[in-house]
Design a protein around this ligand. Structure first.
Ligand SMILES: [Zn+2]
Length: 119
């Protein structure tokens, strides 16, 4: 990949990273503010609040996972291995990098890995 493209992806990744950090900071505020023990909720409200909280936690997990991938991608840009699939060591097609600039795998490796997780 030529250096102009690398610079482009670096910029994209850095702006994604700051967006993630902002989201993660916001989530932390939310979790601090939410305390079901001190809030007087009837049973229906309480289970809804629990579901909300679980969803927040889920999305928080997803957020921090993406944020880790972004960090890894930025490291790869520094050491020159950005855009190479971690599993098969082939180039990741640019269409895929455009859609998911932080992906560590090409499409076929990604689907193999996801199938493995499902079992
Ligand atoms: Zn691959």
């Amino acid at each position: 990949m030529d250096s102009a493209k690398i610079q482009h992806y670096k910029k994209v990744l850095l702006s994604l990273q700051s967006r993630m950090n902002r989201l993660l900071a916001k989530e932390q505020d939310y979790l601090r503010e939410f305390n079901p023990l001190t809030e007087s909720l009837d049973e229906g409200d309480f289970s809804q609040a629990t579901v909300d909280r679980e969803m927040e936690l889920l999305s928080r997990d997803a957020l921090s996972q993406i944020s880790k991938l972004i960090e890894l991608s930025l490291k790869k840009i520094e050491n020159g291995s950005y855009g190479i699939c971690e599993r098969c060591h082939q180039k990741i097609p640019e269409g895929r990098l455009k859609a998911l600039p932080y992906t560590p795998y090409c499409v076929s490796c990604q689907s193999i890995i996801e199938k493995r997780y499902e079992k």
